[in-house]
Design a protein around this ligand. Structure first.
Ligand code: ADP
Ligand code: G6P
Length: 469
């Protein structure tokens, strides 16, 4: 029996292992899951079980649990073969595209499933070892959908929650998935299954009827004599962290510097994403290119900055996307750039939180145009950073965040004319109207930050009273 009364299990630890000549170092790992959960776990001094992002070597001694920023981290090793079959294969070539409306065609290979099952067993073993008697284990995301049932079989004394950070597909799409009933049964091992949107929870409950013949009632369903509840808990960010950051003179000064380095243009348009085909990066580049071509905007009055963190670089879909994006950036700069003034500043890099905050403060128009996204925390970070009430957010209707940030310039990113029109309206918005929109969105975020999200999930799981907040 373990020692932690609160355990989070996620594919990734909040830090990635980097091997340097000086030895092993740790740096923050990418993505919205880490951004959201880190403050929640740190506040409760819980244990985080996850992968280090590096391949384990045969015979290598295991990494002992270690402490970082008020969390205990326990590493789960993945071999190079498991990274290929489980992470790059089943997780990111089958599940990721399928759950995102199949915007890229999901690939299925039978050998991937066995690795997915085996790795899920390993995470379940680690959680079973780590959790204290009667403790709470909160399993995260699509990589670990089998863990809830595996963990329940090992430790029926635990309260088990599961949260899916990405969209959950409609029945017709989910039905494509080989091993779909095993996945569903895996999730049903939890006491509470959380989704970003109410429709996703409904899809899930309907599937339990459709594929397993169960009888969902309201927001729950009975399985093996237990009640499993499924509902929506839209995730958020640490609003106070960003507000504190942008209140420092250093960030304000850095934002001014960035504007200057970009040539003091009238309009800075910004995109910040993992380099992922769900994010609609190509669509926004095309829209910007057409605006330049028809003379609606011109260099150097308007410049675009696209920060695209490297992501899943060995997966084919991602390699193809990188080629397309970089070709398009090159083409736009070739056609419309000037010496020393490119039209698009493309940065295939990861940035620090403070540099990102400064970029948000510098940007007049933030472009968040995913074709499908569970939530999209970048949109929320931009709003949190605009304490000055400046800036305009162009936001896809297909991002979960659009259900909350209703005062954004909402767009359908598949509709190129609509996207161009929204960009033009955002560029030319009257400052009073821009302030009004930003104020309303900020008001919403203040009361819906990540602490409220965690409280609401843990209350529904029936465990909040037993934990410190
Ligand atoms: P996803 O989880 O699919 O990556 P989100 O928008 O929900 O998308 O979350 C992305 C997180 O990663 C945000 O917290 C954002 O600040 C961070 N991020 C995105 N791009 C970069 C980058 N280039 N450098 C550092 N952090 C980044
Ligand atoms: C999204 C997923 C997370 C994932 C992150 C980064 O936020 O929901 O589960 O960790 O992207 O992706 P990666 O494959 O690098 O972990």
């Amino acid at each position: 029996m373990g020692r932690s009364s609160f355990v989070v299990v996620a594919n990734r630890l909040p830090v990635d292992q980097v091997n340097t000549p000086q030895g092993r170092q740790w740096r923050r790992s990418p993505g919205g899951l880490v951004t959201a959960l880190q403050p929640v776990l740190a506040a409760r001094r819980g244990t985080w079980i996850g992968w280090t992002g590096a391949a384990s070597k045969p015979g290598e001694p295991p990494i002992e649990p270690f402490e970082i920023e008020d969390m205990i981290l326990r590493a789960v090793p993945l071999s190079p073969e498991e990274i290929e079959l489980y992470y790059e294969g089943f997780c990111n070539s089958s599940l990721w595209p399928l759950y995102h409306d199949a915007v890229e065609t999901p690939v299925y290979q039978r050998s991937w499933w066995e690795a997915y099952r085996r790795v899920n067993e390993r995470f379940a073993d680690a959680a079973a070892e780590e959790a204290a008697e009667g403790g709470v284990v909160w399993v995260q995301d699509y990589q670990l959908q089998l863990v809830p049932a595996m963990l329940r079989a090992r430790r029926p004394d635990l309260r088990i929650g599961f949260f899916l950070h990405i969209p959950f597909p409609p029945i017709e799409l989910f039905a494509q998935l080989p091993r779909r009933t095993e996945v569903l049964r895996g999730l049903l091992g939890a006491d509470l299954v959380g989704f970003q949107q109410p429709l996703a929870a409904q899809n899930f409950l309907r599937l339990t009827r459709h594929l397993l013949g169960l009888r969902p009632r309201g927001d729950s369903v009975e399985v093996d004599g237990r009640q499993v509840t499924a509902s929506a808990f839209p995730i958020s960010i640490d609003v106070a962290e960003i507000e504190n950051l942008v209140a420092t003179p250093h960030i304000r000064q850095r934002a001014a510097e960035i504007r200057h380095e970009l040539g003091d243009p009238k309009t800075i348009l910004l995109g910040v994403d993992r380099l992922d085909y769900t994010k609609g990066i190509e669509q926004r580049l095309t829209a910007f290119q057409e605006l330049l071509a028809d003379g609606t905007v011109s260099v150097p009055d308007a410049v675009m900055v696209q920060v695209a963190t490297p992501s899943r670089e060995r997966v084919e879909h991602y390699q193809a996307l990188r080629v397309k994006v970089e070709r398009e950036v090159g083409r736009i700069n070739g056609d419309y750039g000037r010496v020393g003034v490119p039209a698009v500043h493309y940065l295939h890099q990861s940035y620090s939180r403070s540099e990102l905050a400064a970029l948000y403060c510098a940007a007049d128009v933030m472009m968040v145009t995913p074709l499908r996204d569970g939530m999209n925390l970048v949109a929320k970070e931009y709003v949190a950073a605009r304490a000055d009430l400046g800036g305009a957010l162009v936001l896809s209707e297909f991002a979960g965040a659009s259900a909350e940030l209703r005062q954004a310039f909402l767009v359908n990113p598949h509709d190129l004319d609509g996207l161009k029109d929204a960009l033009v309206r955002a560029i030319n918005v009257d400052p009073i109207e821009a302030n009004r929109r930003m104020r309303a969105m900020r008001r919403h975020l203040r009361t819906h930050d990540v602490r409220a999200w965690a409280r609401s999930f843990l209350t529904s799981l029936g465990v909040l009273d037993t934990m410190t907040t």
